[in-house]
Ligand binder design. Structure first.
Ligand SMILES: *[C@@H]1O[C@H](CO)[C@@H](O)[C@H](O)[C@H]1NC(C)=O
Ligand SMILES: *[C@@H]1O[C@H](CO)[C@@H](O)[C@H](O)[C@H]1NC(C)=O
Length: 512
């Protein structure tokens, strides 16, 4: 749902202005004082209450040993602060595990074909395609390379091979499912069974669907998103989903190569960086009815957009309640206050993965006043390099994806398909640090700050850090449905398989 046409010209001029400013000695002195004050806060914080993570008690050992070493000397103290900001949570020996069990067999499926229309944005398509690999395996069918969504909000004409490495996809899954580029000529005109498969279906559902083979040689799947349950599937099927998404579905060579270049350029700028998925686009705000911090005219513009978008069912939204419930994307300003409170210094390099920010540069300035070192891909890549990506939202999103996966820290300002996919992939790759803002808790603290209740910046920072202690991407099992919700609705409340493929695709070394 994101529109990736950014106001690149504005961004370039704005940021270069900030970037070109030399750091004055006063600024450096202030920075050192800030770091010092901050490490004291950390020291007090760690030496005091160490809150046990109930879901994941293994974490607390680490905190104990850290607080001991912190009391030794000040230089070490700074180091620990640095490690807390940039270090990945401990994986506790957990590793990716995607190998099939000894019972597993490839699907031969030579006579039956599955054609797929993959819907949604880049990450909805990626996870949907991985699910379709699993569905083809259950149904013993040959999978035809999926067609990508061209009509959706994204308006991207890219084909599968523009975005993904098709040959690699086919070859990697050779031992799982037969995949072919196109339906054989003689089958092009035979009537297909057109199916809207039920959302979050079980393996049993697809076994039943195999009855369709009695009358049809080809099944056409009209939508690929969320067609397969998150939980209660055989281990081999879950691992197949991981092989499909993480091993087989690589981006095409041009995307992969530019993505790597951009990561290298970021590393050259400062060694390490935060990737911020700043979900603050017009459609998102209109959809969620979030108007906090906007002008009346802007709020009205969003209301009209919501009214006019037929497939958005909910029209009346109380923005205040929405925000207090934690259902609004953080504003750029809130993101700035948040990251500062977590302890990132103003010089931190932040890569902004996003579409066009609603309210434009004026609103972005509210983040830049805290973190002047913001970069967009328009500043990292030359015009010539980006030319091939213009008007291809999904390819552009793929660059953001690569940069987000490779970042030292990933921070999504809102949940969504991209945030979930990146978080899950980072968990899979070794629990790279992902800080997931507790939006509900933060909004309460922001309002208290606004109301003058936190006169000490350190006490505010302490509270922010406290509620994010266990939201850093450390290992934990995928969450099941919310309690008390019955029937189909509970599937909606489960944590997505691709947001956290633990335990099926992440195991302790012993268990592999
Ligand atoms: C899968 O399909 C092949 C033919 O394409 C068939 O020989 C095999 O028995 C099928 N396997 C299952 C489990 O149905
Ligand atoms: C929205 O909700 C808030 C908090 O519950 C309430 O104070 C306010 O009056 C509501 N606004 C409207 C327009 O209903």
């Amino acid at each position: 749902m994101v529109n990736y046409r950014g106001s690149s010209l504005m961004r370039t001029s704005l940021t270069s202005k900030f970037l070109s400013r030399k750091q004055s000695p006063t600024a450096i002195a202030l920075y050192i004082i800030f770091l010092f004050a901050f490490s004291i806060v950390i020291f007090l914080f760690n030496a005091g209450n160490i809150v046990e993570d109930k879901q994941n008690p293994i974490i607390s050992h680490e905190s104990h040993s850290q607080s001991q070493s912190q009391s030794q000397s000040q230089s070490q103290l700074l180091q620990v602060a640095d490690e807390e900001l940039w270090g990945a949570p401990s994986s506790h020996g957990l590793r990716p595990c995607v190998k099939p069990t000894s019972r597993y067999k490839a699907a031969q499926g030579s006579g039956h074909y599955l054609t797929v229309k993959s819907n949604g944005g880049l990450n909805q398509m990626r996870t949907g395609i991985s699910d379709m690999v699993a569905v083809a395996h259950i149904m013993n069918a040959t999978l035809v390379i999926p067609q990508l969504d061209k009509r959706s909000f994204w308006q991207d004409s890219s084909t599968f091979s523009d975005i993904f490495d098709e040959l690699h996809f086919i070859k990697t899954l050779q031992g799982d499912v037969r995949i072919i580029r196109e339906l054989p000529k003689e089958l092009e005109l035979v009537p297909r069974a057109r199916k809207h498969f039920t959302s979050w279906s079980s393996m049993g559902y697809y076994k039943e669907m195999m009855q369709l083979w009695e009358d049809h040689q080809v099944i056409h799947v009209v939508k690929s998103d969320s067609r397969l349950a998150n939980n209660d599937l055989p281990l081999d099927l879950q691992r197949l989903r991981c092989r499909a998404l993480y091993h087989a579905l690589h981006f095409s060579p041009p995307i992969q190569s530019l993505g790597k270049k951009l990561v290298d350029r970021l590393r050259m700028r400062s060694g390490r960086y935060i990737a911020l998925h700043l979900r603050y686009e017009k459609d998102m705000l209109a959809f969620t009815g979030c108007t906090y911090g906007l002008t009346d005219a802007e709020a009205e513009e969003l209301r009209i957009m919501r009214d006019n978008t037929k497939h958005w069912k909910i029209k009346e939204i109380n923005s205040t309640e929405q925000r207090l419930g934690g259902f609004c994307p953080l504003t750029p300003k809130e993101v700035g206050i948040f990251l500062q409170a977590v302890g990132y210094p103003p010089s931190t390099l932040i890569y902004v993965a996003s579409g066009e920010i609603y309210g434009g540069d004026a609103r972005l300035l509210e983040l830049m006043s805290h973190f002047p070192n913001l970069v967009f891909k328009e500043q990292l890549a030359t015009e010539k390099e980006l030319k091939a990506f213009a008007k291809h939202a999904s390819q552009s999103a793929a660059l953001d994806y690569i940069i987000s996966i490779e970042s030292d820290v990933f921070v999504p300002s809102y949940s969504g398909n991209m945030a979930r996919a990146v978080e899950g992939h980072r968990r899979f790759l070794g629990h790279r640090k992902t800080i997931t803002p507790d939006r509900k808790g933060l909004v309460r603290l922001f309002d208290e700050l606004e109301g003058g209740q936190h006169r000490e910046a350190s006490s505010f920072s302490y509270l922010v850090r406290q509620i994010h202690k266990n939201r850093q991407g450390a290992p934990r099992k995928r969450k099941g449905p919310s309690p008390g919700i019955k029937g189909k609705a509970r599937y909606r409340t489960e944590e997505s398989f691709y947001e956290n493929p633990y335990p099926e695709c992440i195991c302790s070394s012993k268990a592999v």
